[in-house]
Design a protein around this ligand. Structure first.
Ligand SMILES: [Zn+2]
Length: 207
């Protein structure tokens, strides 16, 4: 498979983009927001899916709609939102998993989708003038969560409550590149993830 990036400036922006961080006011508003998130997580039954060792907070994608977030955003504002973007989903999932003693980190991926899908998303994000440009013609930038099990990474996508496969080399939603924030090297399928390094999971992306 040979992927061609339509917009080089967009792609360079992805390479340089750090993973999203929520603002913490350090006062009762954000402390309360986190406590509320934990209480909500506790009220949902966690299910093991796809034979994975970790039960992930799949309820997040049922509780929140996926949509534009105006950044920067604080914990106390984010928990009250109806729609949140993948950066907020990732922060929420890490907060919940960490509280349960699961070692997890933020991760960024590039995923392959068709031009019809990306055109639709571009339209949905059009009203968000300061939004980071996460959409190219066929590729999109997305934020997810790495769960560490020994030396192995499992990649959870809290925006839709699914685990991402390292083996899907092509096709709708396939991960074509990934960057991990875990300070150790991790195996993800046949790939080796190193901290802060974009790893291509397909033969080549040209830009
Ligand atoms: Zn706050």
């Amino acid at each position: 498979m040979n992927l061609v990036v339509a917009n080089r400036k967009t792609f360079r922006g992805w390479l340089e983009q750090p993973a999203s961080q929520l603002i913490d006011h350090g006062t009762s508003c954000c402390i309360g927001a986190r406590a509320w998130l934990h209480a909500m997580a506790a009220s949902y039954a966690f299910r093991h899916t796809d034979g994975t060792a970790i039960a992930a907070p799949t309820f997040l994608s049922r509780r929140y709609k996926w949509g534009p977030t105006a950044w920067p955003i604080a914990w106390c504002e984010a928990v009250r939102a109806n729609a949140i973007d993948c950066g907020v989903f990732s922060a929420f999932a890490r907060e919940i998993l960490s509280a349960q003693g699961v070692e997890c980190y933020s991760a960024q991926v590039m995923q392959l989708f068709g031009p019809e899908t990306t055109a639709h998303w571009r339209q949905r994000w059009a009203d968000q003038p300061v939004a980071f440009n996460w959409i190219d013609k066929e590729l999109v930038y997305h934020e997810v969560v790495i769960v560490v099990i020994g030396d192995v990474a499992e990649v959870f996508n809290p925006s839709d409550g699914q685990w991402l496969s390292p083996a899907a080399a092509a096709g709708y939603g396939a991960v074509v590149a990934i960057r991990s924030e875990c300070p150790r090297s991790l195996a993800w399928g046949r790939h080796t993830l190193s901290m802060d390094k974009w790893i291509l999971t397909v033969p080549g992306i040209s830009w």
